[in-house]
Design a protein around this ligand. Structure first.
Ligand SMILES: [Zn+2]
Length: 110
């Protein structure tokens, strides 16, 4: 493999680059990032229970940033999907209320 810092070839088992002294083990760790389970849970939940999905995704996004985990994009998708569902839910409730008010108004005019 090659050193991510200086680009020179080094041993695969090297922990520190013999050319520039940069820690290789840390680069290896960040190269194979772990996916945040919470992000997957939040993403799936966003389709089923939008409020729970939104909360899970927000927590997952925070966790991904703090612990440098994979899944920030997935968490963001979960947040957007949940938020859209909640907004659509509010709109549909408002539409029902407006129809109801209009219908009552129609009945009152009879
Ligand atoms: Zn190097």
């Amino acid at each position: 493999m090659f050193c991510k810092n200086c680009g020179r070839e080094i041993s695969d088992s090297a922990v520190v680059c013999p050319h520039c002294g940069v820690q290789i083990a840390e680069f290896k760790k960040s190269a194979s990032k772990q996916t945040c389970t919470m992000a997957i849970v939040g993403f799936v939940l966003s389709f089923l229970v939008s409020v729970a999905g939104l909360i899970c995704s927000i927590i997952a996004r925070k966790k991904c940033r703090e612990e440098n985990l994979e899944g920030g994009g997935l968490a963001l998708a979960g947040i957007i999907i949940s938020a859209v569902e909640i907004v659509l839910g509010i709109i549909s409730v408002l539409v029902v209320i407006i129809y109801f008010v209009v219908f009552l108004g129609f009945l009152a005019s009879l």
